[in-house]
Write a new protein. Structure first.
Length: 117
């Protein structure tokens, strides 16, 4: 399984960015795709996840500002980030968790998001 993320960059506080991540390879029909982030000196944390049935879960810090969505036909997950804050600055990683016998988590390469004036 390979994941390729796009869309990071530099944005001013209050701005928006949209991340996308395409997965390829042996993706199980039951899976959860998601976004995690890691800021310098901090542990990686969950930002948002979405199951193959489209149920979602968000970190409290991004609720109301970020929206996760997916295109199952393309095995692609998106993260629309609005009203960005400096504390959102981090490397963002996409993931896919195959659910079932032999399932495991896979990670993308990470994309830098910097929120600064």
């Amino acid at each position: 399984v390979q994941l390729q993320a796009f869309g990071g960059g530099l944005v001013q506080p209050g701005g928006s960015l949209r991340l996308s991540c395409a997965a390829s390879g042996n993706i199980f029909s039951r899976n959860t795709m998601g976004w995690y982030r890691q800021a310098p000196g901090k542990q990686r944390e969950m930002v948002a996840v979405i199951a193959s049935g489209n149920s979602t879960n968000y970190a409290d810090s991004v609720k109301g500002r970020f929206t996760i969505s997916r295109d199952n036909a393309k095995n692609t997950v998106y993260l629309q980030m609005n009203n960005l804050k400096p504390e959102d600055t981090a490397v963002y990683y996409c993931s896919v968790l195959n659910i079932g016998v032999g399932g495991r988590m896979y990670w993308g390469q990470g994309t830098q998001v910097t929120v600064s004036s």
